[in-house]
Design a protein around this ligand. Sequence first.
Ligand SMILES: *Cc1c(COP(=O)(O)O)cnc(C)c1O
Length: 420
Amino acid sequence: MPAEKKVINDQSRKRDDAPGLSRAVDRNTGQAAVMPTYARQDVVFERGEGSWLITAKGERYLDLASGIAVNALGHGHPHVTAALKDQIDKLWHTSNLYRVAGQELLAKRLTEATFADCAFFCNSGAEAVEGAIKAARRHFAAAGQSERWRIVTFSGAFHGRTLATLSAANNPKHLDGFGPRVEGFDTVAFGDHDALKAAIGPETAAIMVEPVLGEGGVRPVPDFCLVELRKLCDEHGILLIFDEVQTGVGRTGKLFAHEWAGVTPDIMAIAKGLGAGFPVGAFLATEDAASGMTPGTHGSTFGGNPLAMAAGNAVLDVVLQPGFMEAVQHKALRLRQGLAELQDTFPDEIVEVRGRGLLMGLKLKSPVGEVGNAALAEHLLVVGAADNVMRILPPLTIEDADIADGIQRLSCALKTLETV
Ligand SMILES: *Cc1c(COP(=O)(O)O)cnc(C)c1O
């Protein structure tokens, strides 16, 4: 077998070098060499324009997936593209051995726009959540209360794929075969207020929650529950952590989803939309919550590099413009109305329309994978979530006509299912 593998590799290397061979052929031959951890749809995109993804053959797909809430400004946004091109010519990476101007600017802007006093930059959502967990634990250690290190989390949550963030979400499917859970997380059932209160003890450092459970089936946590969580944390002198990796950066029609509830956390993890496609994550904290994060306590080689910061700052240039969030809210209303009408047309297929802003979910009767494939056949991109929910997360910049187009394509997809 190793010999055979080697031959395949050699051939693919030759093909790569061969002039004039189509790039699509190379992609196909390389598929088996990619570790098969994803159930991918069989389509390759070559370029993007706004809310549309385009194959090498010129086929256009309407993107209501946004790379899982990442392409917040669609594809090829002129301002972000120009900012990155400009930075590419100047400087890519220096490490955190030196001050990074883009970090200082982005941190200042993020803290001015939120509850937070400081930000740590990393490269992904899981890293941001991991950092938030570390900050919460260390806050109490620094205050002489090192016995407080446990974090209360919710079943059905998703916090990332590192060992600690998997342990925090406690999804048996994701943990299977990876050895013992990382200690220190107490998971309570979503919506079980009594269990939540019972889970808080003398070892509890924090409660961590997503304002809308994204991967967990687009389940919004009601505003009054977020208010209660804040009260509960204040009563017990513990920290509140919001995982806004998916809900942040305008996704729900506010810069951050918790603004709807009028409460603020002590620590917040963000990522997905922050770089509009360039990998950037961060966790933000109040000065008090970050009290344990002193020099040497945390770090990242790549985190906050000049390219990532150029992307983040360019995204903020756009989303902080006056009227941007109002426009997102307007689009969200259109989308919700379109989905509600769709539910009226297909009451046997759509069980529930739920979500907030441009993070919407359709709870379906047919398996979500089948509906997703039917949508793909209509050149429409959507994302599955737990609880048999189809997620619809268009770019925040989607045009009204494209929302209508998306509803139409979804309608066609559902019609094909009915006739099967
Ligand atoms: C996607 C997601 C993460 C993990 O982000 P990665 O960049 O994939 O590590 C964490 N929390 C939430 C709420 C997410 O949606």
